[in-house]
Design a protein around this ligand. Structure first.
Ligand SMILES: [Fe+2]
Length: 371
């Protein structure tokens, strides 16, 4: 329904020129891509005194999980729906078996550690801050050089794609040439000399099948095609920003799936225009559930959040900056943000697993109190 109206005392430019003493709230469709309304409230919309029921925002401390056996299919599932599964995996030693996900593409985000990926396509090193996207069906294993902690994001029954860059052009945010792919190199050829029996754990419909080979199946000597795993480090992302306008999270889209999007928050300068908002606006992102995994730095709009934590805001309630961050709504004390975080916004509601609930910090829902 194309319309644009201004009613009562209101700004005509989103996230700027707010009437004195008011707090802006955005009510928006399609995850900040669609129609929206911007309200100017007398009170912060997160100023609740009590919040009960299943819609509560959750904060989970994934660092409380212990190291797990060396299979991605033993990783702890935290959140899931029919289109997206989020697991956390801490791996101290190299994988003894090969893995194959027959349910969907797998996006690994390396929170800590380093090592080598060997897969159908060859060899690729990885380190903290890397995304590694493994197309569905890829046979793979990890060799660990420093204990790794990984966030696994499965795109169930769908493929990962790159987002449209629109007006910013195809080389903005990160140039597609920055995507690294595995190489048939010396290290890959050397691992082919293994003469032991190899087993493959295939996950299909959530169940594991074990296939045994008398040889190493990672024995390709070459390949060609348009399909391959890709690696991208968060430090190679050059964020979009405007000195006069607080861009919505959708500007930080990194990977798209059919029913969810993965965005990356990386350090960027604060807006400098005195009338532009310098913190995330209050919003109810009513079409999407929102998940943020905190990788590194100081997450500037949240209190009591440390690296390795994950927050989950189901669609349906208004959220926004914590009270301390809100005091810097128009004036920041630092020139730039210092945060790396992975955001997953899903079009369909997610369920928190029992293992996820066990990691919950129950005080999170009350952490907006105080103003
Ligand atoms: Fe949000």
């Amino acid at each position: 329904m194309p319309l644009s109206r201004v009613e009562g005392v209101a700004s005509r430019q989103a996230h700027c020129d707010l009437p004195a003493g008011t707090y802006e709230r955005e009510m928006s469709k399609e995850g900040f891509f669609g129609p929206a309304a911007f309200f100017h409230h007398r009170h912060p919309p997160t100023g609740w005194t009590n919040f009960e029921g299943p819609l509560q925002p959750r904060a989970l401390d994934l660092t409380r999980l212990a190291a797990m056996p060396g299979s991605p299919w033993s990783a702890t599932e935290i959140l899931a729906n029919a289109h997206c599964r989020v697991r956390y995996w801490q791996l101290a030693d190299s994988m003894e078996r090969l893995a194959r996900n027959a349910d969907g593409d797998e996006l690994l985000f390396v929170h800590q550690g380093s090592g080598h990926l060997h897969c159908d396509f060859g060899h690729l090193e990885f380190a903290a801050g890397d995304y590694v996207m493994l197309p569905r069906g890829t046979l793979w294993r990890l060799e660990v050089t420093a204990p790794v902690a990984l966030l696994l994001i499965e795109s169930t029954n769908a493929s990962y794609m790159l987002p449209e860059r629109g007006l910013a052009g195809p080389h903005a945010i990160f140039d597609p040439a920055m995507l690294d792919t595995p190489r048939i190199d010396e290290a890959f050829m050397a691992q082919q000399s293994s003469t032991r029996e190899w087993q493959v754990e295939v996950k299909r419909r959530g169940a594991i099948s074990l296939i045994t080979y008398p040889f190493n199946p990672l024995d390709a000597i070459g390949w060609h095609g348009e399909l391959a795993p890709v690696r991208l480090n968060v430090r190679d992302i050059r964020p979009l920003m405007s000195h006069r306008y607080h861009l919505p999270p959708s500007a930080h889209s990194t990977f798209l799936s059919a029913r969810f999007v993965v965005c990356t928050f990386v350090p960027r300068p604060f807006e400098t225009d005195p009338k532009a908002l310098k913190v995330p606006f209050f919003h109810n992102n009513d079409d999407y559930d929102e998940v943020i995994f905190y990788h590194a730095g100081d997450f500037f709009s949240r209190d009591n959040i440390h690296p390795g934590m994950l927050t989950y805001h189901p669609a349906g309630f208004t959220h926004g900056p914590h009270p301390k961050a809100l005091t810097r709504m128009f004036e920041q004390t630092k020139p730039a943000t210092d945060e790396y975080a992975v955001m997953i916004d899903t079009r369909d509601p997610l369920d928190v697993t029992d293992a996820g609930h066990a990691l919950e910090w129950p005080g999170y829902v009350d952490s907006w109190k105080g103003k």
